[in-house]
Design a protein around this ligand. Structure first.
Ligand code: SAH
Length: 254
């Protein structure tokens, strides 16, 4: 089977990384897990080797159906879902998963995480990501990699790079390095569905080198943002802490 670039198919082959992921996720018999992009089932099998309650695996590439269905036949805990993970109806999952463990297709990282965090029942994520995506998601205030989704996750919990993973751990070998990121979600659940807040952040980041005052001019039909932004007006979007974003947003919408 030829690996397809458009499906982000780089299969994990490093046994040490697999073992690290499993021990890190600290699985037990009450855990219901979600995996995105099962591929040939390398990580799937590793998760199934633990005492867990259930595993939902989503995969888009129909060519993988025979081998994954074969695995499912011998694994009562495994449910397969053939779908695009960005458009999947997560509310249909029963039992609902609280943890995600996945080596995801890198080309859908941002839209996928935006979708997943809408489901506040999912509390823990262990994700293999492109190194640059991992850096953006975990970027601290006042750094170049800061971006809207990272801010939302900071406000909803935490994100941390726990392991760098070189490209030679995958086949075919990708052109980028990877990193394992751990995300915990435990507060401000409503932000992930707050379209105005998300649009506000994206608007503020439109031109990175411009000030907030310039980027936001005209947004929500407000021409002069000075009164709302106050001491942040001449800062750039990447400078602000999550708390500061919330403070401005509450001031805006109160
Ligand atoms: N977890 C496997 C495969 C990782 S490669 C491993 O570690 O080896 C990424 C996988 O995601 C591929 O199997 C690919 O077919 C699948 N995929 C790509 N786009 C997808 C999408 N939109 N929804 C669900 N799965 C997708």
């Amino acid at each position: 089977m030829k690996a397809l670039k458009r499906f982000g198919q780089n299969f994990l082959i490093d046994r040490n990384i697999l073992a690290f992921m499993i021990s890190r996720a600290d699985l037990n018999e009450s855990d219901c897990i979600l995996e995105i992009g099962a591929g040939h089932g390398v990580l799937t099998r590793e998760i199934l080797s633990q005492k867990i309650k259930c595993l939902h695996s989503i995969e888009l590439d129909e060519r993988l159906r025979p081998e994954l269905e074969n695995l499912a036949e011998n694994s009562p805990a495994l449910s397969l879902h053939w779908s695009d993970a960005v458009k999947f109806n997560y509310d249909s999952l029963n039992p609902f998963p609280e943890k995600i463990i996945a080596n995801i297709p890198y080309n859908i990282t941002t839209p996928l995480i935006y979708e997943l965090i809408k489901h506040s029942g999912i509390k823990y994520y262990l994700l293999m990501l492109q190194k640059e995506s991992a850096e953006r998601l975990t970027a601290k205030p006042d750094t170049k990699a800061r971006y809207p989704l990272g801010i939302i996750i900071e406000l909803m919990g935490s994100a941390e790079i726990i392991h760098k993973v070189p490209r030679n751990c995958f086949r075919p070998i990708p052109k980028v390095d990877s990193a394992l990121v751990e995300i915990r979600i435990n507060k401000n659940f409503e932000l992930s569905r707050d379209k105005l807040f998300i649009e506000f952040l994206h608007r503020a980041f439109t031109h990175r080198r411009k000030t907030l005052l310039n980027n936001l001019r005209g947004f929500m039909n407000i021409d002069d943002w000075r009164e709302i932004l106050q001491d942040c007006a001449s800062l750039r979007a990447e400078d602000l802490t999550g708390e500061k974003w919330l403070e401005i947003y509450y001031h805006l919408t109160k």
